[in-house]
Design a protein around this ligand. Structure first.
Ligand SMILES: *Cc1c(COP(=O)(O)O)cnc(C)c1O
Length: 388
């Protein structure tokens, strides 16, 4: 039985993988204990380290990025820790649960989900509680469509001496953000968003300081799917894999990384940024509003639209899918029912798709009786794409 063929997926992840990735998934499965696979795996790790700009070896965990985020919390955080959790959306909020589960005291610094964290507030929180040893932040909280000023937050946290955990699942690869440049100690991303791969792996950058803290944490998982230390043994000591790697997913990751490098990271970022800019211009020209309070907060990988009063997010989504063949994402958690999201990630980050999305949304809004200026929306998109 074949799955139904998808409409044009302008979703916020997973995305339609690049064709090279789909092809790579069908390569013959190798035996993970054989040197042929181990050599290949080491090369993929090196490639991932290059793409992530890391000076330490990256870690790959065998499950979609929530696994990496949970593993980061479980490994790094212990009962004696005081954690500052920065919350600007659903994912940031969710991280607090993992920190609490590790037994830590969790202090939350939250902003409304259409706003961004102010680094000055982070500095104030750290001054108020000098015993804060770990700070966690979601760079692009996808259900909000907003970016936090990660480099500035990283500098404040580094000056305080705390360790920084960064969820960069939906920003890494689609814009300029690197673990070491933002002083992240644990940096988690996924192949299934801006890298245009498949959902099935967590990709992590881990600093030497983070490894030291994990080794000193008696509670850090060992012999567990959540264990990062088990994988460090593979990387550093050449031990056998703690579990069978998802061989096909590693092939897919390699293809996604190779594509990213071949296109060139700057070209990939520019494609994401232009698509998002064109989409925002079109949405505003239609007469709709963006969810973030300022365009400066908008992510180049997601455009979140504020649902106008009286309209249904699901009816808009369904109309776009069924009549225009464009699949969009709904809000999530606290933004559910309030936003509709257009993803610009990996293969979906094509300026021409901005036109498809804006046209689909115009038709869907009209069908619900909202007057929108479709020609103005479309020409605003074209003007951005044509550089006018
Ligand atoms: C997609 C995403 C994740 C991974 O979560 P899933 O629910 O497994 O997709 C984590 N953090 C952010 C910010 C994401 O966008």
């Amino acid at each position: 039985m074949a799955p139904p063929s998808p409409p044009l997926m302008l979703t916020t992840g997973p995305v339609t993988a690049y064709p090279e990735v789909s092809e790579a998934l069908s390569r013959p499965i190798l035996y993970d204990g054989d040197d042929a696979f181990r050599g290949y795996y080491a090369q993929v790790l090196a490639m991932l380290g290059r793409v992530m700009g890391l000076s330490t070896p990256p870690v790959i965990l065998q499950g979609e990025a929530i696994l990496g985020i949970e593993a980061a919390a479980a490994g790094l955080i212990g009962p004696k820790d005081v954690v500052l959790n920065l919350v600007s959306g659903v994912y940031g909020q969710g991280f607090g649960r993992y920190a609490l589960r590790a037994g830590a005291e969790v202090i939350e610094l939250a902003v409304p989900f259409d706003a961004a964290i102010d680094p000055a507030d982070v500095a104030r929180s750290l001054r108020a509680r000098p015993d804060i040893g770990v700070v966690a932040v979601c760079h692009h909280d996808t259900p909000s469509g907003t970016l936090n000023p990660l480099a500035d937050i990283g500098a404040v946290v580094a000056a305080h001496g705390a360790l920084l955990i960064v969820d960069a699942v939906s920003s890494f690869g689609g814009m300029e953000v690197f673990p070491e440049a933002v002083a992240a100690d644990l940096f988690i991303t996924s192949p299934a968003k801006c890298l245009g791969g498949t959902p099935g792996l967590s990709l992590l950058g881990v600093s030497d300081r983070a490894w030291a803290k994990m080794r000193a944490n008696p509670q850090a998982p060992r012999g567990s799917f959540l264990s990062l230390l088990d994988w460090q043994d593979v990387i550093e000591d050449g031990r056998t894999f703690p579990v069978t790697p998802s061989i096909a997913e590693i092939y897919g990751l390699e293809a996604a990384l190779a594509r990213h490098l071949a296109e060139g990271e700057r070209a990939v970022w520019a494609r994401h940024a232009l698509t998002a800019r064109a989409t925002r211009a079109g949405i505003l020209a239609l007469g709709l509003a963006l969810w973030p309070t300022s365009e400066a907060l908008c992510s180049p990988t997601t455009t979140a639209i504020r649902i106008p009063d009286g309209l249904s997010d699901k009816a808009l989504r369904d109309h776009a899918r069924d009549r225009s063949g464009v699949l969009l994402s709904l809000g999530r958690g606290a933004t559910a029912g309030k936003v509709l999201r257009i993803g610009h990630m990996g293969p979906a980050a094509q300026p021409d798709h901005a036109l498809r999305a804006v046209a689909a949304l115009a038709a869907a809004a009209s069908a619900q009786g909202l007057a929108v200026d479709r020609p103005a929306g479309e020409s605003a998109v074209r003007a951005v794409i044509d550089g006018m």
